[in-house]
Design a protein around this ligand. Structure first.
Ligand SMILES: [Zn+2]
Ligand SMILES: [Zn+2]
Length: 431
């Protein structure tokens, strides 16, 4: 498919003439557009621009990278760029959720997953900002977990799991929220014990200062402690803070209270999310972890970076039949080496596979949420159902706006229509 490697296909080596090269390139471009690719492209495209389409669009035209298509002006080639990994000020990012959306929009991103650490607090602001510019948001979260190696060493290592939810958010959101708030509480304790250790190392820091750096309501993490160390002049930069003191098992490192990785993957599944292993290249023992997570039911692994596909993880995905994903992990640090929003190019086949797995999971999760409300039509359940959108009305039209916000036309099945009608009736009686 689009991500296959066409280098050295003819085995002619490097000394081909320019004319031959050009010819080859042209043929290659033509050869790569397959029926499957056109179907995948159409599907991805329809989903990305549905339901709140604000730009006039003509039929997609597959090209070399499988992603370009003509939008509005036929002369103007645009790409459907997906960004699957980003952070805002709700965790350790530097841009507010709406500023992040604006930047993503400027960078040509059409679908953005906001994946703050251990919180979904920024999702509603991101959704609102995205609606203004006709972008689509995938509500997400990057959950800090701890993997216990089953070997004799009994060692453990931190693992980040990305979770992607429908526009309506997680079903049984209380369960997920409890897990996330426990992790956040653990982070406060952890930050405090890191400060204690730094104090013993003759590098005292003010707690208030670290909390201020983390920002309003944000659980302080290692990076916030590191920033406070830079501000106090104990280290030159964040890298030095991590390399010398805050790295795993470093002299000022402290453990948090992260849940077990496999349990978290199961929780994501049970709450209607798609579970993805984040940046496996930062793991010590990725082989054992990926194999255990496959058994736990993980859906995908990050494989693509802004400098290309990582073969070692790609091969493991082939072995375990996992989807290959990737994103920039943008924090807005404004440093030279930071990959920008939308800079990780994913083949259309990859996004297609992701959506083929995610969409039925999301539809079922929406069904669960609606059923939950019909069984228990409390205001609390109504709040949960509508927490990610700024829905003005609370009458029967609410359900119509919800459905067209959460699902594309073909996903609104008779079963969902029926459930939504039940909800509408309840809402009318409530008012
Ligand atoms: Zn991470
Ligand atoms: Zn991240």
């Amino acid at each position: 498919m689009a991500d296959s490697n066409h280098n050295n296909q003819d085995g002619t080596g490097q000394r081909r003439s320019t004319t031959t090269k050009k010819k080859k390139k042209k043929n290659r471009g033509r050869k790569r557009v397959t029926i499957e690719q056109i179907i995948a492209l159409n599907e991805v495209y329809d989903w990305a621009f549905s339901p709140k389409q604000t730009i006039s669009v003509s039929a997609p035209v597959p090209t070399d990278d499988g992603f370009s298509m003509t939008i509005g002006d036929k002369e103007k080639e645009k790409k459907v760029v997906f960004e699957f990994h980003s952070h805002s000020t709700c965790s350790d990012g530097y841009l507010s959720p709406s500023a992040l959306v604006d930047r993503a929009h400027r960078k040509g991103v059409k679908v953005l997953a906001l994946t703050d650490h251990d919180t979904m607090a920024g999702v509603s602001e991101a959704l609102e900002a995205a609606q203004r510019v006709g972008m689509r948001i995938i509500p997400g979260v990057e959950i800090s977990t701890m993997f216990q190696h089953g070997d004799k060493s009994g060692s453990e290592e931190p693992v980040h799991i990305l979770a992607y939810y429908s526009g309506c958010g997680p079903s049984q959101s209380d369960r997920l929220e409890k897990c996330l708030s426990d992790i956040r509480d653990g982070r406060y304790h952890r930050a405090k014990s890191m400060l204690k250790k730094l104090n013993n190392l003759k590098m005292p820091l003010e707690w208030e200062n670290v909390v201020k750096i983390a920002g309003d309501g944000v659980a302080p993490g290692r990076v916030h402690v590191a920033r406070a160390m830079v501000n106090a002049g104990y280290v030159e930069n964040l890298k030095e803070a991590f390399d010398r003191y805050l790295h795993d098992d470093g002299p000022a490192y402290a453990k948090g209270s992260e849940p077990p990785t496999e349990e978290t993957v199961k929780l994501i599944q049970q709450t209607g999310g798609v579970a993805v292993l984040a940046h496996p290249w930062s793991l010590n023992n990725h082989t054992a972890i990926i194999s255990a997570l496959k058994t736990a039911g993980i859906h995908a692994v990050e494989v693509y970076k802004n400098d290309g596909k990582m073969d070692v993880f790609s091969n493991m995905c082939d072995k375990y039949e996992l989807i290959k994903l990737g994103g920039s992990d943008y924090h807005g640090k404004n440093t030279n080496g930071e990959a920008d929003l939308g800079s990780v190019t994913l083949p259309v086949s990859t996004v297609f596979k992701f959506l083929s797995v995610a969409r039925p999971i999301w539809s079922n999760s929406i069904k669960d949420t609606l059923t939950n409300f019909t069984n228990e039509p409390t205001n609390a359940n109504l709040e949960k159902m509508t927490k990610f959108g700024k829905f003005k009305s609370r009458d029967k039209s609410l359900m119509d706006s919800c459905l067209c916000y959460w699902l594309s036309k073909d996903e609104i099945t008779d079963e969902i229509k029926e459930l939504s009608l039940k909800c509408s009736k309840i809402l009318v009686n409530k008012n």
